[in-house]
Design a protein around this ligand. Structure first.
Ligand SMILES: O=C(COP(=O)(O)O)[C@@H](O)[C@H](O)[C@H](O)COP(=O)(O)O
Length: 281
């Protein structure tokens, strides 16, 4: 039975990762986590079918969504593209004191029925509600692994003690702690913050003990080359790629930008050269 599960996990991981062990994944959970205002720069992208059609056409490796959006637009995620369904979230409308908890909004069975290739959940390491998210993650991972599905942990250090002790949640010591906690809690992929330098991100990768570490994209950079450079640093640090939302859907024409990202992630191309090749500069 164990052998079957492992084969299932490995096969499904390959839906996202190319032979080079890297992946570029599109994130589309912002309408829920941040609110639809995130789409106001290019309002047509509030329609998941429109933006997912574009990212798939550009050659993205995977798409991450919450279950409801996967019901609406999962069909646009063509069979050669991995579908990651995330089972926890929170809205930005919650009172401030409750923002440090992600609640479960779906079940492993839902993700399986939706045709997911991987199942994701967030843990805010350091939150007063860390215990709740650890249990959610444990339940999701245990069941998903039983069924042969890989589990992705969005391992985000976030909480009052972190700020007090480390100054900010992007301090590499706390990001690598979160990545290590994700690996030790059974994640098959880890998504986390940029730590500010290649050297420090390499330590995060080391701390994850072989579990692939993906960058969580962050706010859109005005200059597209700046984001390509950041992703290049992640790859040079041994990172396995990136999960990117705003830097894609907040651009008027995301397709050449994705193609440039693919050049950086999968072909080790210099960011400026990749941008030139795709007509971004
Ligand atoms: O993890 C998320 C939110 O994180 P946040 O609370 O904004 O730090 C997701 O909504 C996104 O999937 C993730 O941030 C990736 O999207 P971008 O940051 O690239 O927009």
């Amino acid at each position: 039975m164990d052998a079957y599960q492992n084969v299932g996990i490995k096969r499904r991981m390959r839906r996202f990762f190319r032979r080079d062990g890297r992946a570029l994944i599109f994130a589309m959970d912002h309408g829920f986590e941040h609110g639809p205002t995130d789409f106001e720069e290019h309002w047509e992208h509030v329609n998941p079918k429109v933006i997912i059609r574009k990212v798939v056409r550009a050659g993205i490796d995977g798409v991450m969504m919450l279950p409801g959006l996967a019901r609406i637009a999962g069909d646009e995620v063509k069979p050669n593209v991995g579908l990651m369904v995330k089972l926890t979230s929170k809205t930005n409308l919650r009172p401030k004191g409750d923002q440090l908890l992600q609640s479960q909004l779906g079940f492993v069975e839902d993700a399986v029925k939706l045709g997911a290739d991987a199942i994701a959940a967030t843990v805010y390491w350091g939150s007063p509600a860390e215990d709740v998210m650890m249990r959610q993650f444990a339940e999701i991972a245990s069941y998903a692994h039983d069924l042969g599905f890989p589990v992705v942990q969005f391992a985000y250090p976030r909480g009052p003690y972190i700020n007090e002790r480390y100054g900010k949640k992007e301090d590499y010591r706390v990001v690598m702690y979160g990545a290590r906690a994700a690996a030790e809690s059974g994640a098959d992929m880890i998504k986390t913050y940029w730590t500010g330098s290649r050297e420090t991100f390499a330590k995060v990768v080391d701390a994850a003990a072989g579990v692939p570490v993906l960058l969580s994209g962050g706010a859109k950079t005005d200059n597209p080359v700046d984001f390509l450079k950041l992703v290049w640093e992640v790859i040079e640090a041994g990172g396995a790629g990136a999960v990117v939302g705003r830097n894609i859907f907040q651009r008027e024409n995301p397709e050449p930008f994705i193609k440039a990202l693919i050049r950086v992630v999968h072909r080790n191309e210099d960011p400026e050269e990749a941008a030139k090749a795709e007509g971004l500069i």
